[in-house]
Ligand binder design. Sequence first.
Ligand code: WQD
Length: 336
Amino acid sequence: MKNILVTGGAGFIGSHTCVELLNENYNIVILDNLSNSKEGAIERIKTITGKEVKFYKVDLMNLFETEKVFEENQIDAVIHFAGFKAVGESVQKPLEYYENNIGGTFNLIKAMKKYNVKNIVFSSSATVYGVNNKVPYTEDMPTSATNPYGYTKVMIEQILSDIAVSEPEWSIVALRYFNPIGAHESGLIGENPNGIPNNLVPYIAQVALGKLDALRVFGDDYATPDGTGVRDYIHVTDLAKGHLAALKYVEGNPGFQPINLGTGKGSSVLEVLHAYEKACGKELPYNVTPRRAGDIAESYAQTGLAKKLLNWEAKLDIEKMCQDSWNFTIKNPEGM
Ligand code: WQD
């Protein structure tokens, strides 16, 4: 299985996964509409790996253009990243999120069926564990969501699971990411959010750069060791390597299988902040503010299934994640 279609391959996790695919001598075709990424990321993928990449600026909502990518390439498997992913924005624009994330997946699946491609790794999220499950999260727990973005992940997992029942020759893995952070060690690709970052580490990076005054710590009254929110942060390169392991797994394992990609270790907001201070060599100011609506106290993975089925586990620690994030930030102060 050599030719891999990567939808959303110019994005944060997609671009890092493309680097690892090329390093393992896969041929890749990137399909991306560049709505939340830049074509420059693709040039940088080529620079890092010294390999060629086929790129199609295509929106999955355009079935004709999507099918053309399959028509022109012998695709063996798909890694599906393309989708809107901002929680807050999804609350403001639910229809756009449902149409784009679910409608785009419908078109991708239709094109795969037409060209007899039945292996897919889907970019899901720990957000599907909702607010009623107890940590550490395991893949057999019930899924739910608290926002339209989360519901698109829950619904797409359900759609893929139903396809695997109706057409048993499909091999489908849904990778449930915890909190991906960091950047490729070259500093050439990394997290490149538009505007004021919603997520913790890109926000801290802007404080360290001096572009934002201070970190707002959203609540220090949670039932956690230091009162601040605890999450399972995972280096984006570890996450990318998890996709290669999942790609090998789908080659010989029909059915639908959700799998956690996390470290199994929780870190608090203040622990991450201090790790970032060590990485950038500066004291970083913060203010404690009220909790952010919708936030939970703790989220971290039970990682046994990834080890058992994929023989994969995260290797890089929070210090390395912050070092690589800072390295990317100082090399790209205006973003990529
Ligand atoms: C982490 C911790 C905040 C920002 C989100 C999405 C999830 C997934 C990953 C896509 C929390 C605290 C944050 C800040 C803060 N994305 N925080 N100040 O909310 O765990 O997950 O990103 O799949 O779907 O929900 O990540 O980085 O926003 O927050 O104190 O300025 O940092 O309260 O405890 P989250 P996050």
